[in-house]
Write a protein that binds this ligand. Structure first.
Ligand SMILES: [Zn+2]
Length: 299
């Protein structure tokens, strides 16, 4: 018997008659892993879950190497929000905030807020970055504006998250007059928007992906593509932490060693992996940096 994935999965689909393509993401364990990493206040937990679902959604219709991230920074109580989905479907995310946090969280009201979507490889420097105009309170509306501009295609996004699940649905009107049927279907997009408008956050969160699509669009001949699995995953490594310590410099590293009885412990904020370094490790990585930093003029 074939196992049907109903959680931590991305589905692409086509509403052929209406000329609309879509992506549906449903996160379970992958989201709970991220949500459980800090004591997030409810409005921020909701926004982080929506962002994580959105990050995965945005990978649905593009070919890319590396990772796609959504990053929000502001001078307000929500200082930072970051989510990432790799080309292998690995998801991670976190947020940093100060109390009191406004409830509800209105993106347009955050002072000095900037939201960027970045696609590519950080190390190789091959990156595309676009800014999201934060004129709307909600993330879904803000991203709809981004799509309208960057892809020149009308888009509709629905995002919802609670403590258990984070779900995102994205619809895009395909270029052209309408569907792929014999007769042009000029009203297809409006019809699909109308069907989608009946969908509330509760139903979005409670319904398995295939069931949801057929319930909403059964009259629109849904063509569902094979599911892509998603999972929580972190890209931190001991080598990257060493690189960070090297960048801090000898004085900082020695001060940290002295303050903590000769041991430095670094904990990854995304996955809680701990990396420890004693004096010998520290000496090794600092001397390795001395060698690495000598300009290569001898050969
Ligand atoms: Zn990590």
């Amino acid at each position: 018997m074939e196992t049907v994935l109903v959680e931590d999965v991305l589905h692409r689909f086509l509403l052929e008659r209406a000329g609309v393509r879509g992506v549906l993401v449903r996160l379970g364990a992958a989201w709970r892993e991220v949500a459980g990493r800090a004591a997030y206040p409810a409005p921020l937990r909701g926004l982080l879950g929506q962002s994580l679902a959105a990050g995965a959604l945005l990978t649905g219709n593009i070919k890319f190497d590396g990772a796609l991230s959504i990053e929000l920074k502001s001078g307000g109580a929500l200082r930072l929000l970051f989510v990432e989905c790799t080309d292998q479907g690995r998801l991670r995310g976190l947020a940093r905030w100060d109390e009191p946090l406004p409830d509800p969280l209105d993106l347009a009201a955050l002072p000095g807020a900037v939201m960027a979507i970045t696609i590519g490889h950080a190390e190789r420097g091959q990156r595309y970055q676009g800014l999201v105009d934060l004129r709307h309170a909600g993330l879904a509306e803000s991203l709809e504006g981004y799509f309208g501009q960057s892809e020149q295609l009308p888009a509709r996004l629905l995002l919802a998250a609670d403590g258990e699940h984070a779900v995102g649905l994205m619809l895009q009107k395909l270029p052209g007059e309408g569907g792929h049927g014999a007769e042009p279907d000029e009203d297809g997009w409006n019809r699909v928007l109308h069907l989608t408008a009946t969908l509330g956050a509760e139903e979005l969160l409670a319904t398995a992906p295939e069931q949801l699509l057929y319930r909403l669009y059964h009259e629109e001949s849904v063509r569902l593509f094979g599911p892509r699995p998603l999972a929580f995953g972190c890209s931190c490594t001991r080598e990257r932490v060493e690189g960070m310590l090297r960048a801090l410099g000898r004085d900082e590293v020695e001060a940290a060693l002295a303050a903590r009885d000769g041991e430095i412990e670094v904990t990854c904020e995304f996955c809680a992996q701990r990396y420890t370094f004693d004096r010998i490790d520290a000496e090794h990585l600092l001397s390795a940096s001395a060698t690495a930093q000598v300009p290569d003029t001898t050969q």
